[in-house]
Design a binder for this molecule. Structure first.
Ligand code: ADP
Length: 606
């Protein structure tokens, strides 16, 4: 049974009290009874002496003593006076006279020779006993006395019986009174002990409650310290402990939330391992990098949940050697490139930070590095071709070619063409670099796409005419105005039309159309489409033609005077307007370049 301390104390006190009262009552009753008995013995002794004294001269001389009515009469009278039962017993035990028996029944009275008091009197002259009388059925105190018969005849035994009824009744009353007194004292003690224990244990109950609150994480509970005793000291200590705990927990929570905020906001993935390689902590960036979930991976051995050969090797090395490690790994699928810095935290026990791994996603860095390297290689290559050509023709002129005016003119015109080409490449490179670096601010002005198309078509017409191309314009008259940089969009259209003219054999059809875009993924937008009936672009090359210097057919592009930068410039300008550009196959043949421009969208940074 789970009793509170209050009830335990109360019940223990009441049990002790009950035992005390019981023992005290029992002892009191017993000593009173003994006192009463001693008094009764004394009274019986005196009365026996008196009755013997009164009866002695009245005894007849006959031997043995006969039963006479007179003797019976005398015995009854003495019994009445002494308020006892008086019996005369012959030495052989038969009863000669008995005040408690009628004359008629005297013969029927049992032999009294075996009665203890008579037996004692036979031996010593006096005898005492207390028992329930066979004759009267009452508890009786007996006193027997040997009477000397006159003339030294046979003795006769006088026995007085004092019924204990009164004494028993008195004792009964006494016990009842004692029980009542003890009962009411006990009831008072119950009330008092309940009140007292409540008073004593209330602070303890409050402290128990406060301790439970502490355990449940509520540190605001404050106990009122009323007394300066041990309980008061305990309450005071509990208050201070809870305050200290509150401060410490607040500090820890703050530290933890700051740490978690730092870990959460970090772009780098962070993982903390214990000495056995179990994951103690990891941040959201790492979850994203590896496509794992924190609650699933925490507590697991990292090498079993992320079975990556290089990573496993790195973790094994750092846990064994406890030396800072660095490595670069590539995750498949996705080809993500991660740079890992693993440092040692120093703890040697389980569940304590032993190694900290920081993962930097350097995929973009590596991609940019590759672009830069490719770009440098491409630029060098693109510049070297016209330069080699110029150098070659200059050397040829110096070697004697200049002596022939016709050769000189021919070589100089080639040198001029190659210089123009060099110039063109440099101009396009500069343009592209300006757009990429963001130093070219795109205007945001509404303009009419219709007039832009018309203007560009009229500019390109002489070139198209040279190759016998047919230029078709198909512009929706309901076209909404576009917000953007008109000049740059003219450049976009010019580049696309220039390519269409270049890469379409003679007498092709080049169509420019502008319609509201059906796809609303960019919001309200316009699709500006330049299609031709030219050689087209193989499907595998289509996504790459917008890269710098990418050409489907390098020799042909150079021959046609292309720099390989036109579509890269187009893509940058279109994306700077928040739009998209892609190329599709034109039916039945040729290419179809689609520029999707949002009509009123705010321009993105170029
Ligand atoms: P270039 O100066 O070489 O034309 P661009 O960036 O404008 O460079 O184009 C890249 C490559 O895309 C071209 O070399 C060519 O192979 C291909 N290309 C561009 N436009 C067309 C087109 N209309 N038809 C076929 N191929 C094209």
């Amino acid at each position: 049974m789970n009793l509170s301390i209050r009830w335990k104390v109360t019940i223990a006190a009441l049990l002790a009290l009950l035992c005390g009262f019981g023992i005290a009552g029992f002892l009191a009753a017993r000593s009173l009874e003994q006192q009463e008995l001693a008094q009764s013995n004394l009274i019986l002794d005196i009365r026996t002496g008196l009755v013997a004294h009164a009866l002695g001269p009245a005894l007849p001389d006959a031997e043995p003593l006969p039963r006479t009515a007179r003797l019976q009469e005398q015995v009854k009278e003495l019994a009445a006076r002494s308020m006892t039962r008086v019996t005369l017993v012959a030495p052989d035990g038969h009863v000669i006279a008995d005040s408690a028996v009628s004359d008629r029944d005297l013969d029927a009275v049992e032999n009294h020779g075996a009665r203890p008091e008579i037996r004692q009197a036979v031996q010593t002259g006096t005898g005492t006993d207390m028992r329930i009388s066979h004759t009267t059925g009452e508890r009786t105190l007996y006193r027997a006395l040997k009477l000397r018969a006159p003339n030294d005849g046979h003795p006769v035994y006088l026995r007085l019986g004092l019924p204990m009824v009164t004494l028993d009744q008195e004792l009964e009353t006494l016990k009842r009174n004692l029980a009542m007194a003890f009962g009411s004292a006990f009831l008072m003690a119950v009330g008092l002990s309940v009140w007292l224990t409540r008073r004593l244990t209330r602070p303890l109950s409050e402290m128990a409650h406060a301790a439970r609150q502490l355990a449940a994480g509520n540190y605001t509970n404050h106990l009122d310290v009323e007394s300066g005793d041990e309980v008061g000291l305990l309450a005071d200590s509990l208050n201070r402990m809870s305050e200290q705990l509150r401060i410490k927990i607040e500090e820890l929570t703050e530290d933890r939330s700051q740490l978690m905020a730092m870990l959460t906001s970090m772009v780098e993935g962070v993982m903390v391992l214990d000495c056995r390689g179990r994951v103690l902590q990891l941040n959201p960036a790492l979850e994203r990098m590896f496509g794992i979930r924190r609650d699933e991976i925490r507590g697991e051995i990292i090498t079993t949940v992320l079975p990556h050969v290089q990573l496993t090797g790195l973790i094994k090395t750092i846990l064994e050697n406890r030396v800072k490690q660095e490595a670069e790994i590539v995750l498949t699928p996705g080809n993500r490139c991660l740079h890992i810095e693993a440092s040692v935290a120093g703890c040697e026990r389980e569940n304590e930070a032993c190694a900290i791994l920081v993962f930097h996603d350097i995929t973009e860095l590596r991609r940019l590095e590759k672009i830069r390297k490719d770009f440098v290689a491409n630029v060098s290559h693109e510049l070297r071709t016209p330069l080699t050509s110029i150098k070659g023709y200059v050397e040829a002129l110096l070697d004697g070619g200049k002596d022939d005016p016709e050769t000189t003119t021919k070589f100089l015109s080639i040198i001029l063409r190659q210089s123009d080409r060099l110039n063109l490449i440099l101009e396009d490179l500069l343009e592209l670099s300006k757009i990429e670096s963001g130093s070219v601010m795109l205007k945001e002005e509404p303009f009419d796409l219709h007039s832009v198309i018309e203007r560009t078509l009229s500019m390109i017409k002489p070139l198209a005419d040279k190759k016998g191309h047919q230029l078709v314009s198909n512009v929706d008259p309901q076209l909404p105005p576009i917000v953007g940089d008109e000049g740059r969009l003219v450049q976009v259209l010019t580049n696309l039309l220039d390519n269409a003219v270049k890469y379409t054999p003679e007498r092709g059809i080049i169509t420019v159309s502008a319609t509201p875009a059906a796809d609303r993924s960019l919001g309200p937008a316009v699709d500006l489409v330049v299609s031709d009936t030219g050689m087209g672009i193989p499907e595998t090359d289509r996504p790459r033609v917008f890269e710098r210097f990418y050409r489907v057919d390098k020799a042909r592009s150079r021959e046609l005077g292309g720099t390989g930068l036109g579509l890269a410039i187009v893509r940058h300008i279109v994306e700077g307007h928040g739009g998209q550009v892609w190329v599709e196959a034109n039916q039945p043949q040729g290419s179809r370049f689609v520029v999707r421009l949002p009509t009123r969208r705010a321009r993105q940074a170029s």
